[in-house]
Design a protein around this ligand. Sequence first.
Ligand SMILES: Nc1ncnc2c1ncn2[C@@H]1O[C@H](COP(=O)(O)OP(=O)(O)OP(=O)(O)O)[C@@H](O)[C@H]1O
Ligand SMILES: [Mg+2]
Length: 220
Amino acid sequence: MGKVILLGHQKGGVGKSNTAVNLAVAISKEKYQGETDRILLIDADPQATLYRWAQRREDAENTHAFPCIRLDGNVTNQIKREAEKYDYVIVDAAGRDSREMRSAMLAVDLMLMPTKASLSDLELLEHMAETVETARDYNPELKVAVFINMAPTNSQSEKNIAKQLLKEFPEFTLLNTVISERKAHRDAFSEAQGIHEWKDSKAKAEMSCLLKEIDNEIKS
Ligand SMILES: Nc1ncnc2c1ncn2[C@@H]1O[C@H](COP(=O)(O)OP(=O)(O)OP(=O)(O)O)[C@@H](O)[C@H]1O
Ligand SMILES: [Mg+2]
């Protein structure tokens, strides 16, 4: 059985799709010498951000394309079936508390929740905590890890306040890795690349840290 990682959050625009592609590329580079065929991308968001990235990558020269499928509705069983065929399955689910997100939560090893450090973003975690508790009635093994994304590079205080707040949620594991707001993320994405293939060593180092922490979560 492959490891299934879901990018999920009811909030839009927090970096779910961006993290999905960067983790996929990081896994391929760090574990499979750049080969991509053991990693499946599942786009369970009608916006199809992930799927379109994968298609642009397929059209590009000199890059390994990722297998990528689109799913909608109740995706639990379809994800479980796909997990039998791959080492890693990365699922990008629609926000807004979608049926896709809720049903995906029943099929995954780890739900990864990017959040911005601002108060209005952090306030939504209360609702996510309830959603996670409900999902655990059906998938008691569900692990949920939250990390700060798009953190300002010039200020520590917002990050520190956010970390304090996040510690108050026993439902989630707070990851130490903080992914900074960097133009490289937008540039790489638009070129159908991952941050591991881009020329920003700091951004790459952050993504490597995130992958290490995720590996620890799904191993334990
Ligand atoms: N660390 C980062 N640094 C800079 N830009 C980022 C970072 N993470 C995400 N972005 C940008 O922020 C925007 C939103 O990110 P993304 O599309 O991944 O969010 P999402 O949670 O998938 O949104 P949606 O809910 O609409 O699917 C994108 O333009 C993306 O390139
Ligand atoms: Mg998205």
